[in-house]
Design a protein around this ligand. Sequence first.
Ligand SMILES: [Zn+2]
Length: 345
Amino acid sequence: MVQVFDGHNDVLLRLWLKNSTKAVSHFIEGDGEGHMDLPRMHDGGMCGGLFAAYTPSDDGLVHEGLNPLPYGEVDRASAWKTTAEMADILFGIERETPNNGFKVCTSAAEIRSCIARGAIAAVFHIEGVECIGPKLEGLHPLYAMGLRSLGPVWSRPNVFGHGVPFRFPSPPDTGDGLTSAGKDLVRECNALKIMLDVSHLNSKGFWDLARLSDAPLVASHSNVHALSRSSRNLTDDQIRAIGESGGLIGLNYALDFLQDDGALHPALPPAEMLRHVDHLLRLAGEDCVGLGSDFDGAAIPEFIHDVSGLPAFVEAMDKAGYGAALIQKITSENWLRVLEKTWGR
Ligand SMILES: [Zn+2]
């Protein structure tokens, strides 16, 4: 089975919301809920990926038609508490999984050795770093804990910048870019070799980061704006810039970032996803396209259903004539290459 290393999931949020001391053991045994648990990851060939810690806004999840109302800011103390609790879940999975079958990795070599022995290789990622202070308080302890990837903002403002609100149709150019604290964060992440994720940045923030960062540009879970005019998707200029930096775009399976009307039709066929992949390959190049499912964070196509359905998507790439070498790049090798380049080891 083709092994998939995936750029984004929200399973830590799903488990945290259960607010149960059994959430970790049930995940390991297979809780059958949401899109991901450990047995289903093995069933689908998911060998690893970035596990996001994300602090929800109190006032989130209220929709008006296609567009949720703007999300409120989160204060640092509550974000720190939530992030610590989600890290506890992530490291709890590592500790409790039998036979060292799940490891939080801090180097590409470690990821490769996990995959080789059939263990799940996880990367600790924070999506929207409200838990970090304006003088970068908290960043170094999080690095010491194993943090190797972060998105400066989620789709709301914080001290580092202005996340792109969810709008359809809308360009990603929705407001101001990075603040001076945001620019300090980029420089310090470069120094620490923490990967910076541009998904959820608006376009000014994207270009601020692109100018400043010395690392490959990575959008862990975003799609093509020319094909689906969501504010969360990337314009062709952004896609080219990511390719030129030797970075990566992870295809997001969220229905609302795939379809041309932004609506949630679960019967979306594989060909609609491959249109995005083809466009990314054409503009960014075949070394710069990967997967970023958004499992447990979004409504996804029926034909995949959950992580155990990954082989159906791999088969669709195969049927479309992608070939084994390109499929290997898209499903894992490009992620490993970009992490290796970013982390420098
Ligand atoms: Zn996200």
